[in-house]
Write a protein that binds this ligand. Sequence first.
Ligand SMILES: NC(=O)c1ccc[n+]([C@@H]2O[C@H](COP(=O)([O-])OP(=O)(O)OC[C@H]3O[C@@H](n4cnc5c(N)ncnc54)[C@H](OP(=O)(O)O)[C@@H]3O)[C@@H](O)[C@H]2O)c1
Length: 351
Amino acid sequence: MSAPQIPVAVLGATGAVGQRFVQLLDGHPWFRVAELVASDRSAGKPYREAVDWRLPTALPEDVAALVVRDYADRLDSPVVFSALPGEVAGEIEQRMAREGRAVLTNTSTHRMEPDVPLLIPEVNPDHACAIALQRRNRGWTGFIAANPNCSAIHLVLALKPLQQAFGLEAVAVTTLQAVSGAGYPGVPSLDMLDNVVPYIGGEEEKMEEETKKLLGGFDGAFKPADLAMSAQCTRVPVRDGHTECVAVRLRDPALPEEVVAAFETFRARPQELNLPSAPKHPVVVRREPNRPQPNLDRDAERGMATVVGRVRPCPLLGTKFVLLGHNTIRGAAGASILNAELFKVEGLLPV
Ligand SMILES: NC(=O)c1ccc[n+]([C@@H]2O[C@H](COP(=O)([O-])OP(=O)(O)OC[C@H]3O[C@@H](n4cnc5c(N)ncnc54)[C@H](OP(=O)(O)O)[C@@H]3O)[C@@H](O)[C@H]2O)c1
């Protein structure tokens, strides 16, 4: 007989990322959506009435009937996925962790704290050790673990195989980020049509800081990677899928075909463990000169992979390439779910 599914709650369940959680958890072998929480605009209504469902798949019937809860309610679920706006996440997520729950969050609020793991299971699964430190520091029985910013996660999934194979000294990245990265309804259409917006508040700092934490070590304290890093972030009129133009200086210079081989052979703990949401190939390489493109490549490996193309020499830093990743799947909800799957296998969930 298979083990019963673990009941989970979704905070910010009516938003762009909250809806992705509901979609991705439908039929999940280990987790079942039991509780949905949103603002007082939605609380008390059945989810089907509270949500403006924006995804092409049908709203799962069992979830549609759940009544949306208020943040002040005491939840029953031991595992909580958070897609709250940063401004309100801090206190709510801390309370849930204090109550003994595992809080897996998309918000930036706790990502850079010195006892909070910022985790990509393919990149730094060992950082989960920070959970013990966090519990000791804060006297909590639960914990908070974060997944990275939606651009940083795809950048780091591509950088990790290069760091492993050749060493990494410097990274310059320019992003072309999708409109859904700003939630729904997000950026006004008159700002996006026929336009590129060359500024996303706080995004460049997040990419630079998070990348160093993710690629760094943990030996009782986080040690950021020793890396020169420069990010420029723009918003473009694409619905889903962030594109990034990347140049890197490797410690041991490599030919483009060696870089491609490092991407294509990259496998890590989620693949070894065969976690339900793990992509078979975390980094997918396209060889056509005009790929990756958002509307052709964002759903590679069910939206859980980073797609790389145009790997070529760079006269400034040595190597350059273009990458693309789905921002609300691997860039948000899918990343939290994969973290939860890793924690389940490692016995870290409070169930
Ligand atoms: N979109 C992305 O690609 C992406 C990627 C990575 C991380 N993130 C992060 O994920 C989080 C959610 O982003 P999103 O894009 O899903 O945002 P969103 O579409 O604006 O959704 C926000 C959600 O939070 C609820 N909410 C709004 N104001 C609230 C308040 N004052 N108190 C309690 N709940 C409130 C909303 O509920 P109501 O419907 O009831 O108002 C809704 O469920 C943010 O921290 C964001 O930075 C987003």
